[in-house]
Design a protein around this ligand. Structure first.
Ligand code: MN
Ligand code: MN
Length: 467
């Protein structure tokens, strides 16, 4: 065969992952960078699930979304939201087709790994005051020491009054800190494994060292700290009993690299899917199906509890939408389709041994479709049907969405779950799609701007074109 024939054959028969920098027109790359600037702002004001709900609501209200009312009749183009316990939120844009035709859902989680305060957190040790934490989600504990930490959360007083806490993000704020052992004295510590070098119980937050101005006072540093908290927030130690306060890495999302093609931030997983989902919903036009974006909580701890997608809150809501328009909810579920919008592990050349190169996701290669999660025999996962994946392939390819397909890591190494299995259990077609992330679950994770934009493009095309 001639060389040109081989080239034609290769082009026609061999599948090659696309690089967004090569495929996207310059004008679209520019749009992607602008989109990322908005995304960074969203990240900076959404460091907890409660903050993400609040920020999302603020944007949605400007887009014309109103609070959903049970029993109300809605028609095509109406936009509503339902907040679940201030930690999850559902946005709906009604379509022109009857709801029996099914709804299209993009579900992303807005909780992230972090350090939560224990119920009785405050203590003093050797003239320093500390807060005791219980970490949330899958973290590598050694990554959380000697970092500037910010405190975010709420204290709900007995009166029901909410006190919002947000300290450490402004340049004038103090930050909080967890100490580590100096190398000079760490001969024994450094022999431990990464898992054991820093224990969960030693993740204690340094919050002060100044004693209260009275030589007779016991625990004078703790008392001084409590007084400062009382002066500023009108709370006492007992109020921590009904508080939800988290320590997260302080600081804003930043561009990475000379070319600024990447973003480092706390909490890409999974706000990097939440924000594109929202924007895709807002920007989608002439939608036939009713569109739903669900920003959910508790994915990082198995989607448990009444704000996680293993509970019935989303499905109950869809059921009410169905009943309010005279439809059978079971028919609606059966005809519905969902993108479980969640991140995948981007191939990292520094740790190549845990990936299988042909089936890993790559930075700048666009939206990742993950047909199934789980590990070691696909256990504990739901798998999207080939039929559903084919429908998405067609939509993405016909509309210039850059996308790739991947598993998470080598077969025997590990894996992870998403909300997909819980959605699938309700007889809804579901597949994982998302953005490849470097250093997932680290205090600062990294994503590519073109991948963030590809996620937006993909979800928007799904909303507009899915039959
Ligand atoms: Mn996730
Ligand atoms: Mn995660």
């Amino acid at each position: 065969m001639k060389k040109t024939d081989i080239e034609t054959l290769e082009k026609e028969l061999v599948y090659k992952r696309k690089n967004a920098f090569r495929e996207m027109p310059k004008s679209e790359i520019k749009k992607a960078f602008a989109f990322s600037d908005d995304y960074k702002k969203y990240l900076d004001s959404s460091k907890t699930e409660r903050e993400a709900v609040k920020t999302s609501l603020e944007i949605a209200k400007k887009e014309g979304f109103n609070e959903w009312k049970s029993g109300e009749k809605y028609s095509a183009g109406d936009k509503v939201y339902l907040v679940n316990r201030n930690k999850a939120v559902i946005f709906v844009k009604f379509g022109s087709a009857p709801i029996e035709k099914g709804v299209l859902i993009s579900a992303a989680h807005i909780d992230c790994p972090r350090l939560d305060l224990k119920p009785n957190p405050v203590y003093e040790a050797d003239n320093m005051a500390y807060l005791d934490t219980h970490y949330y989600g899958g973290i590598k504990k050694y990554q959380w020491v000697t970092l500037p930490l910010a405190m975010h959360g709420v204290v709900i007083k007995k009166s029901g009054e909410t006190v919002e806490i947000n300290i450490g993000e402004s340049e004038n704020d103090p930050i909080f800190y967890i100490t580590d052992l100096l190398p000079h004295l760490a001969a024994e510590q450094v022999k431990k494994t990464l898992a054991d070098g820093i224990s969960g119980e030693s993740l204690n937050i340094l919050i002060g060292s100044e004693p209260i101005d009275d030589e007779k006072a016991g625990n004078a540093v703790k008392l001084n700290t409590l007084k400062l908290l009382h002066d500023k927030y009108d709370i006492s130690e007992e109020d921590f009993l009904s508080a939800e306060i988290s320590l997260v890495p302080a600081g804003k999302a930043r561009d990475v690299g000379f070319d600024r093609s990447l973003i480092s931030a706390y909490g890409h997983d999974d706000r990097v899917c939440a924000y594109p989902s929202l924007r895709a919903l807002f920007d989608s036009e002439n939608n036939k199906h009713t569109l739903i974006v669900c920003l959910t909580d508790k994915e990082e701890v198995g989607s448990m509890g009444n704000t996680g997608l293993n509970s019935s809150y989303l499905y109950d809501f869809i059921e009410e939408l169905a009943l309010d328009s005279g439809a059978n909810p079971k028919t609606v579920f059966r005809n519905s389709k969902c993108l479980s919008a969640d991140v995948n592990a981007a191939f990292d050349p520094a740790f190549a041994e845990v990936y299988e190169k042909n089936n890993a996701s790559y930075i700048n290669c666009g939206l990742v479709v993950t047909k199934y999660t789980g590990a070691r025999g696909k256990s504990g996962s739901s798998e999207a049907s080939a039929e559903y994946v084919a429908e998405l392939r067609k939509i993405f390819d016909e509309n210039g969405v850059i996308w790739q397909m991947a598993e998470l890591g080598k077969v025997d190494i590990g894996g992870g779950g998403t909300v997909a299995q819980y959605v699938a259990n309700r007889n809804i077609d579901v597949v994982d799609v998302g953005v490849p992330v470097l250093s997932m679950h680290a205090p600062f994770e990294v994503v590519s701007k073109l991948d963030v934009y590809s996620a937006y493009r993909g979800i928007k095309e799904f909303f507009e074109k899915m039959i």
